[in-house]
Design a protein around this ligand. Structure first.
Ligand code: SF4
Length: 507
């Protein structure tokens, strides 16, 4: 098996940097169906550019390179212990090369292992089969969309939809609700894998396995095929849109399976994956470990660019330039819907920094600053830190802390994705600050807007993604989605899509 490690390393790198053709096709369809002048249309243009950049430069599509999950089938006689060992080495090497972000964190101590290895990471599922080759499929599913997975125990009451019973209509309501509740926080447009039945743990496993189907296949069960089609049509009438900005494309795929259940239990389980739907596979020679075939790809078809000349993200001249440190007057003049271009320093801080600041002073002055919810991929090149991938993370996780941070340390803007809650909204109003929305997953696009690293704090204690990085921004675009007057695009879209959910369910 002399080629095994290199083959798995190549699989990991390709999965992290190059979306499979079926996902590209679905994103191309999303791009064409959205009005390019809208917030969703502009966000999609950035996403399209990001997908092209990631492929061309072999960079991580999103800075959250997710939980690596391997589904492996081996012929009888293949040593699965060797296979696992080689896959672990490949994961560590991909991390060292910056193709994966160090994402494995000790749940008790909070320590990042630094190489994506640790108890429970990565995930392996082995199976034997009667074919002569080895099949390795890999999915990299990020935390933002993982947090939007949901399991319903029917019968249940659903917001906007009423009672969901133990029948096809109840199942349909649960699935539509799952798309609605995700809003933009899972980086819509997303794809869902669904399991009807099984037990709680089996439901999540089988739902995630559905994500290994191609987005354009047809379910072999005609009842489920019809349900998948109905969900696609109805979910795309809700109006969640890209990143929850409102728009016509909310879902790029719906894949459903059914499993038997106990008479007392009836679960509908949904695994939500974001637009950065990274899934690939290979067949390997069982003697040498060499790749004999790529799965999900047509070797004769070149990778097609998503953005053709002139169709990418354009500045309109109406963007508002922000150069931190910001003052109160400047920030209070901003309104929901304004597009801003940031030039100058911004400081990153996500879960661990927010927790740290509860009990400590800030190591970097944040008065007038833009606090960016981001866990970047960073590499040291010629003794200097470089930003390799740097899109926003889901902001709502910082909701318990953010109002206090704004009051104590004085940032004038917090930036992330998915919006924040009532406590932060009140702090924005009281202290004069705004919430800026960057485009989730656009890690390569934004890395190019962050040409310089000014400083880093708490690196030793918190690890690369959680450290406080002071980055120099150059024409970094973002959208004001919560302002200091109480305006919130997220509240607006949640209300309008909720009303649409009621209407869709009645049809
Ligand atoms: S695109 Fe969004 S949800 Fe997906 S991995 Fe990246 S940050 Fe997470």
């Amino acid at each position: 098996m002399q080629f095994l490690r290199e083959s798995i390393l190549e699989l990991i790198i390709q999965t992290s940097t190059n979306l499979p053709p079926d996902v590209r096709k679905a994103m191309g369809w999303a791009l064409r169906s959205e009005n390019p002048q809208t917030q969703s249309g502009r966000a999609l243009a950035i996403i399209g550019e990001n997908i092209d950049m990631a492929h061309e430069d072999e960079g991580a599509i999103c800075q959250d390179t997710g939980m690596p999950t391997f589904e492996i089938k081996t012929p009888v006689g293949v040593n699965q212990i060797t296979l696992r060992k080689q896959a672990l080495e490949a994961i560590a090497e991909a991390t060292r090369r910056g193709k994966l972000r160090p994402n494995s964190v000790d749940s008790i101590t909070g320590r990042n292992s630094g190489n994506n290895l640790g108890p429970g990471t990565p995930i392996f599922h082995f199976e034997q089969w009667e074919k002569p080759e080895i099949e390795v499929r890999l999915i990299l599913k990020g935390g933002g969309c993982e947090n939007k997975n949901i399991q319903y125990s029917v019968p249940c009451q659903l917001e906007h939809l009423g009672r969901a019973d133990r029948d096809l209509e109840g199942i349909r309501k649960c699935i539509l609700h799952s798309v609605w509740q995700a809003q933009g926080q899972g980086c819509a447009p997303g794809a869902i894998g669904v399991c009807i039945g099984s037990d709680r743990a089996g439901g999540y496993h089988l739902a995630k396995q559905q994500l290994f189907r191609t987005l354009d296949d047809t379910n072999s069960d005609p009842v489920l095929a019809k349900l998948e089609q109905d969900i696609m049509e109805q979910a795309n009438k809700l109006g969640v849109g890209t990143m929850g900005f409102g728009g016509s494309t909310s879902l790029i795929g719906c894949k459903i399976t059914a499993a038997n259940r106990l008479p007392a239990s009836f679960f509908v389980t949904v695994a939500y994956d974001c637009w950065a739907f990274r899934r690939l596979g290979v067949l390997l020679d069982a003697e040498t470990g060499a790749i004999t075939q790529w799965l999900y790809r047509d070797p004769d078809r070149a990778v097609e660019r998503l953005i053709s000349a002139g169709t990418g993200f354009h500045l309109t001249g109406r963007e508002i330039r922000l150069e931190p440190p910001l003052n109160e007057q400047q920030v209070r003049a901003l309104r929901v819907g304004d597009v801003v271009l940031i030039n100058g320093p911004m400081v990153t801080g996500r879960d661990a920094v927010h927790h740290y600041l509860l009990h400590h002073d800030t190591p970097h002055d944040m008065h007038g600053a833009i606090l960016y919810h981001c866990g970047p991929v960073m590499l040291k090149e010629n003794n200097e830190w470089r930003v390799k991938a740097a899109g926003p993370t889901t902001s709502i996780r910082e909701e318990p802390y953010e109002a206090d941070i704004i009051q104590r340390f004085g940032p004038r803007a917090v930036m992330g994705k998915g919006g924040m809650g009532a406590k932060t909204a009140a702090a924005l109003k009281e202290f004069g600050a705004v919430y800026l929305h960057a485009i989730g997953g656009a890690a390569q696009f934004y890395a190019r807007c962050l040409p310089k690293v000014r400083d880093v704090f708490l690196l030793e204690e918190l690890g690369i993604p959680e450290a406080m990085w002071v980055l120099e921004a150059h024409n970094f675009p973002a959208i004001v989605t919560m302002d200091s007057q109480g305006g919130s695009l997220h509240a607006e879209v949640s209300a309008s899509t909720g009303a649409e959910l009621e209407a869709v369910a009645k049809r």
